[in-house]
Design a protein around this ligand. Sequence first.
Ligand code: SAH
Length: 338
Amino acid sequence: MNISSLDIDYLLTTSDPTAVDNLFAEAAALRNRVYGRTIFLRGLIEISNHCRNNCLYCGIRRDVKTQRYRLSKEQILDCCQTGHNLGFRTFVLQGGEDAWFTDEVLCDIVADIKHRFPDCAVTLSLGERGRDSFRRLREAGADRYLLRHETADASHYALLHPAEMSFEHRMQCLYDLRDLGYQVGTGFMVGSPFQTLDTLKKDLAFIAEFHPDMVGIGPFIPADGTPFANRPAGSIDLTLRLLAILRLLLPDVLLPATTALGTLHPSGRERAIAAGANVIMPNLSPQDTRALYSIYNNKLSTLSEAAETVADIRARLLAIGFDAPIDRGDHKKMKLEN
Ligand code: SAH
């Protein structure tokens, strides 16, 4: 759907529950037409909480005094093996910008995962790197890259990040990744400090124009030890509306029901599915490091988020009429009949 044909202001602000229900129903129906009643699972592996950056919202920013860890290659491969046995066919390696993971180290890890699990997709979510680094990782076998743009408004970006970080560079990374043949995911937090209706509309316009394969959005949740520790969390309702609008704008987009939503509400992810989401990323990280990857407070890291409960997730999806196949869940170019 063309962005100009949607009344975004109305959809984001109306207090008419019928209008909101209709929005969710329309988005869910569209998701069903494009992807069927299928939810794709990705195994999330949080490889490091070391970070050279100092994003003001993030609980693992450089200045936060917290215990740091990084996983070894063997630990990462073990997580993949566990995930593969559970039926995952996508592994998402996420982490802070940790200089220990040089191109050489990462390429070796990616190549090994692809060698051992040739039926799997490897997604990286490791922040900004140079084009040459992205190219080498792609050549080593990485299939996808997730890099949220965080906000499409340059002055808002400057309020969320320290001066040494640049909006232009983050955007450049996204275009480089696309150019290098990655399936690309971007996105933003809902309710981040200083966000307005105007910046949200810029996010939607950017996403509609860039047409990423994936869009990750979730509510902002304050993180202890950060400058935004006392800010209010983002709204679940607004997040759900934005998910539905994104589905209408990009019918074929892969749209995760994010952990942040599940953290704020026990059925947050089910509600996201009802609003058009079609991806869930359970955590495959080793149990003892999960709590350390604390990008925000009270992040789901206990049993409800354990990949061991994937059978339970499948059962819950089945109960609402969805299957979660053993499948890479690649982006599907839209094939709508009309
Ligand atoms: N270092 C990587 C991965 C960051 S963590 C990168 O820069 O892309 C993944 C996402 O978590 C971030 O892009 C951000 O949008 C989100 N995030 C960080 N802090 C958060 C917070 N306090 N509340 C909600 N989401 C947060």
